[in-house]
Design a protein around this ligand. Structure first.
Ligand code: DGY
Length: 323
């Protein structure tokens, strides 16, 4: 029997590509270029499975074509706000994602951003490398203490809980959160966390606001001028979730005017094209979407896609089906 045909829209870690070559009629995107709309549509017409990732807009335009052969979109990534699920369902596609395996690494990056922006370590390294350091002195590069402060999570799913684990048990921090779908009481108890009724309650009380909600319509520009103004002037905003949750010009204004003390960002609306306003801000720590970027995690994400394909093509329910 011939093997199902599978295409990945970008290069994947080598062990995962090897697994797919062995088990499928697998096609690589050899030079790892971002695929155009035409290429994505051709993939949907030519392959049994198309495996996009979080930077591929699989929207109504891409999916609104005749002659789709694909039966499954095996997304490489936990977030799926780049896929129009209704259009995918209408086109007869099953959609899967890769939850759990990237939780720790994404929380590590959120923690890294929190520490870097609070303790000004990015700024400190730039200062040293620019040969500006003239030696230790009691007033040099004073920053903000992290231990014992309050972490406020917008969304309290898996990654937020892993962040709470680091902050509460590693840095003795208090944890507050707002989530319209709150976790089980034992999860809240574990971190001695306090559930807030609104996003605004979190913003007003937290020293570090960490975004952990999904992107997309329901959270689009949740952090706008008005909400940023609810934060303490001494507080920091951390985003390791999705860029479109923040109104970038509003955040840049807040960072410039001292409405808030700083921001640590791993994701951006319109990435990789950053609003140039961010570049000149010393109180913004800027990473290029590195949340899940450890070798171990990226292999695990790829193998999770493979597992979903394996189940699907064995006529079983894929474990990570989102549509
Ligand atoms: C995801 O998986 O959604 C991340 O943004 C990339 O790791």
């Amino acid at each position: 029997m011939s093997k199902p045909t599978v295409i990945a829209t970008r290069r994947w870690p080598e062990p995962v590509e090897a697994y797919l070559f062995e088990n499928y009629d697998f096609t690589l995107n050899e030079d790892d270029h971002p695929m155009s709309v035409d290429e994505l549509q051709a993939a949907l017409r030519e392959y049994d499975a198309v495996c996009p990732t979080v930077t591929d807009p699989i929207n109504a335009e891409v999916l609104g074509i005749d002659g789709i052969r694909a039966k499954i979109l095996g997304n490489f990534g936990v977030g799926f706000n780049h896929i129009d699920l209704d259009a995918a369902k209408a086109a007869g596609l099953v959609v899967t994602n890769t939850p759990e395996v990237l939780t720790d690494c994404t929380a590590d990056i959120a923690m890294n951003l929190l520490l870097t922006v609070a303790r000004r370590t990015g700024e400190g390294e730039r200062h040293l490398r620019a040969n500006e350091w003239v030696g230790w002195r009691p007033t040099h590069m004073l920053a903000t203490k992290v231990t014992g402060k309050t972490l406020g999570c917008i969304g309290f799913g898996r990654i937020a809980q892993a962040m709470a684990q680091r902050c509460h048990f590693g840095f003795d921090m208090n944890v507050i959160f707002h989530d319209p779908y709150p976790p089980a009481p034992e999860v809240v108890e574990k971190f001695n966390a306090v559930a807030c009724d609104s996003v605004e309650d979190v913003l007003e009380q937290a020293d570090f606001v960490s975004i952990h909600c999904p992107g997309g319509e329901s959270t689009y520009h949740l952090l706008n001028d008005e909400r940023l103004a609810r934060m303490k002037p001494s507080a920091f905003l951390i985003n390791s979730a999705r860029g479109d949750v923040i109104d970038n010009p509003a955040l840049i204004r807040a960072l410039k005017n001292g409405t808030i003390a700083g921001a640590g960002l791993d994701v951006y609306e319109g990435e990789p094209n950053l609003d140039p306003g961010f570049m000149e801000l010393e109180n913004a720590v800027l990473l290029p979407h590195l949340g899940s970027a450890s070798t171990e995690t990226r292999i695990a994400m790829g193998m999770r896609v493979a597992q979903n394909l394996d189940l699907f093509f064995a006529d079983k329910e894929p474990s990570d089906r989102v549509a």
